[in-house]
Design a protein around this ligand. Sequence first.
Ligand code: CTP
Ligand code: CA
Length: 231
Amino acid sequence: RQQARQAGRLAGKSFLVTAGPTHEPLDPVRYLANRSSGRQGYALAESLADLGADVTLVSGPTGLRAPAGVTVSFCETARQMRDLALNAVQAHRFDAAICTAAVADWRPAVMQDQKIKKTGRDDQPAPLALIPNPDILAELSELSPFRPSLVVGFAAETEKVEAHARAKLERKGCNWIVANDVGAGSDVMGGPDNQVILMTQDTVEHWPRLSKEEVARRLAMTLADWFSKAN
Ligand code: CTP
Ligand code: CA
């Protein structure tokens, strides 16, 4: 069977996968987040492990079951995710890092110790000051001396998907970008399917609409092909 022939193709290779949203606290009961379910990243971690890879998954809050055979570290915020990812890279020397997480780009400038209270019925909220979070993909891409040989980002776009993804590839310094359209009318974020464009420095591949599990299997195979050519 196809499956049996593929098993073990990534034996001896190690992968870091980030997945899920991050939650950025505003006060003890509120946070900023996004619609990411974590499903694509979890499916990818599982597919890589199915091919024999050693996989570390750094996950934001998802409520998903940890994939079999994968080491999972959980976090809430972007800064925690960054620390877990960079510590793991230093301890582990991964062959590849794949950032599927929908990291919050900004966090509240101040995390209030106590719940922010209304004082009256027509109270206007105070303006919400935000500050930038670390960019985990960019940090991994420029990491030295432990940069994984292959660093892969995902790109969530609502328009001009290919152009934005190409720009992101350059800006982040990663090797590949898996771009998807998460615009209105697409049910990608949180949904069961994904339609992606796989972009490298000199190639662009449009994949058909597939389940996230199928995208994960294809991507794991593509990675196995790349490693078998590279080494
Ligand atoms: N990413 C990350 N850390 C961040 C923001 C993004 O690691 N603070 C990673 C994501 O995991 C993804 C890639 O960067 O692999 C692109 O994320 P995306 O949100 O599409 O791009 P941004 O560079 O944040 O730009 P924008 O949200 O404005 O499109
Ligand atoms: Ca972003």
